[in-house]
Design a binder for this molecule. Sequence first.
Ligand code: AOS
Ligand code: ZN
Ligand code: ZN
Ligand code: ZN
Length: 430
Amino acid sequence: MGMLISEDLIGSLNETARAAHEDEFGALGRKLERRGVDIEALVKRAMAWSVAVPTWGVGTGGTRFARFPGKGEPRNIHDKLADCGVIQQLTRGTRTVSPHIPWDKVSDYNALRQEAAQDGLGFDAVNSNTFQDQADQALSYRYRSLANARSDIRAQAVAHNIECIEIGKAFGSPALTVWIGDGTNFAGQQSLSGMFENYLKAMEEVYAALPPNMGLFIEHKMYEPAFYSTVISDWGASLMAAQHLGPQAQCLVDLGHHAPNVNIEQIVARLVHVGRLAGFHFNDSKYGDDDLDSGSVDPFRLFLVVNELDEAEQRGAKGFDPAYMIDQSHNVTDPIESLMASAVEIARAHMQASLVDRKALSEAQEANDVMAAHRTLKAGFLTDVSPILAEARMRQGGAYDPIAAYRASGYRDRVAQERPEVKGAGGGIV
Ligand code: AOS
Ligand code: ZN
Ligand code: ZN
Ligand code: ZN
């Protein structure tokens, strides 16, 4: 498919913005120089950054109450790849997609890999799905999957995950991500310890099917869809499972999957310490797993999490190689716009964290100079790094303003002509 948005259009819009951009980029460069920071090194760092887009994220999400589809919804994985290609073309910071099985099921995964490569995309972790029933499925997951009390249902869930590993091999995916909805809604419904043990036994079989270069990412979530108990509810259960399974198992942190006010950056620090941080699902939230756009509610919290990652990277923490993905549900915006804005906000947090003077910070911490330490950290957050992000995008052929370029391109109207309108229905997508 190649370039989805006209390169001439991107180029001419960038030219229009050029004079103002150079002025602002120059001013930021001088400001950073006074702090002893080389802006050129930061631009290179920004250019190397990438976060994966989930294939399901380009479709309109929903809640359990309703879904309101937009114009030109992607009909299949091919349309989804095209939309992801647009996001990458304009932002140049989303080089991979994270597929979901069975939603992205096709007959030839190698062909799909080629197709994605034409849009400049590779594949990130494969996500399995045993939280829904599929049409052709023998046994129901109503009472859940890998932790089910029934061994035949567990076996079906294991087989699905092993199929996902096989698909991941064809994609060149670095990992399989397993998030399950398993848990209970009634006290006494199941044995709390029995469910965890069933889960571990089932996951042992999944783990045994991994090729040596593939990770097994365990994603915890405090509650929902199960509301009384959840099998993998927190990083404690996740870490126990990972340590039980072996070195290829790691803990994935979704920012929406914790109790309100939990210090997620400290969880990150603990998982880095033990060498088990698989990576992230980025989003923002106010109450729970709201799946709002990254950085839209509390950009400082996003910064604090990314700051922990930057700190771990700078000091060369052992085994530190996390996978980054966006995991959001876009209900009231064009998903392509939301994903581009989110990719930019995550990249912004990465740049802000890169600006933290780690030496000054550890000196202030050593001296117990609380205010100096805080101000040193905050200085990163308070720097407007927009010109660096724009420069990094434009040097790679991306857009000065991705959303403005997307709107000017008329892409959504164009695809709406080929993609028939879908009517909204009830229950949505997580
Ligand atoms: C569910 O709450 C999790 O965030 C999952 O990571 C993800 O949203 C799901 O696997 C997508 O279907
Ligand atoms: Zn109500
Ligand atoms: Zn997630
Ligand atoms: Zn979630």
